[in-house]
Design a protein around this ligand. Structure first.
Ligand SMILES: NC(=O)c1ccc[n+]([C@@H]2O[C@H](COP(=O)([O-])OP(=O)(O)OC[C@H]3O[C@@H](n4cnc5c(N)ncnc54)[C@H](O)[C@@H]3O)[C@@H](O)[C@H]2O)c1
Length: 253
């Protein structure tokens, strides 16, 4: 039986990519969409979850951080899993996600590509080997319409590096003016915005006389849409809790 998906943010760029990939998918289907600005996209689209009539297994969310509670509450009441692919969540949002994860299966990742998942592991290993001798700076580049900065993926990579330093590093967004010498405790975060760049992330380890950079470049948004559909299939029938890419990869391999 096909995994039935409610697509939140159905009329946006990622929503469009998910719908076009689902056209050729034999094991998943979008039963309806939810979007603040509905358009004709071949499935029913509602402006809010209270109007949804279709039965489903999973919500795939590519909308925004706004009005998160409505999505989580719908998932809880209707016993659906939810793939939270939106980014830009506040600390309060993250706490709410943890609370709902006690009763809802939540798959949350700021980046649904396989390559970035591997990049996380490489960055953690590099930080463990290079230690305090190397300064870590993260540079991300995205299209000129992106709303949040630094990107959710950049923050996820920073958190991964920080795990190697037991969470002692602090993140410094950009630098401007007379900021003084760089402190060892910093991870610099730099957000570049322009044109149609899909998403590029670079983690730089700068030491004395040598620099190591680990980079990932997404060439199309389809890679994220494909990851979201995989995540939806993975999540169907799962018990409450928080899941991420490494859980999916462990099950698939
Ligand atoms: N996790 C990942 O791998 C990944 C990859 C790409 C994009 N994203 C994230 O997905 C989100 C969407 O990206 P996009 O490029 O498609 O953006 P977009 O602006 O093109 O589309 C967002 C759509 O969601 C709708 N929307 C916004 N807030 C809503 C709400 N509260 N309820 C219902 N609908 C709402 C908008 O009307 C719009 O149609 C962003 O947060 C982006 O950062 C995540």
């Amino acid at each position: 039986m096909k995994t039935k998906i409610i697509l939140c943010g159905a009329c946006g760029k990622m929503g469009g990519n998910v719908l076009s990939l689902l056209e050729g998918d034999e094991s998943a289907v979008a039963v309806c969409g939810v979007d603040l600005f509905p358009k004709e996209i071949g499935i029913p689209v509602y402006t809010d979850f209270t109007s949804v009539k279709e039965e489903a297994d999973v919500i795939v969310d590519f909308s925004s951080a706004e009005n998160l509670k409505a999505r989580l509450e719908y998932a809880k009441t209707h016993k659906l899993g939810i793939v939270l692919a939106s980014t830009g969540f506040t600390a309060e949002d993250l706490a709410m996600i943890d609370e709902y994860a006690q009763s809802v299966a939540i798959f949350k990742t700021a980046n649904l590509s396989l390559g970035v998942n591997l990049m996380q592991a490489l960055c953690k290993a590099a930080a463990q080997v290079l230690g305090e001798q190397f300064d870590v700076e993260i540079i991300e580049r995205h299209h000129n319409l992106k709303k949040d900065a630094p990107s959710g993926t950049a923050l996820m990579l920073a958190d991964t590096v920080n795990e190697a330093f037991e969470g002692k590093k602090r993140y410094v967004d950009g630098r401007s003016g007379i900021v003084g010498a760089r402190e060892k405790s910093e991870i610099g975060m730099h957000a570049v915005r322009g044109g149609t760049i899909v998403g590029e992330h670079e983690v730089m380890f700068a030491g004395e006389d040598e620099i190591i950079t680990i980079t990932h470049s997404a060439r199309s948004k389809r890679v994220f849409a494909a990851g979201a559909i995989r995540a939806a299939k993975f999540l169907r029938g799962k018990g409450a809790g928080k899941y991420e890419m490494k859980d999916l990869l462990a099950e698939e391999n």
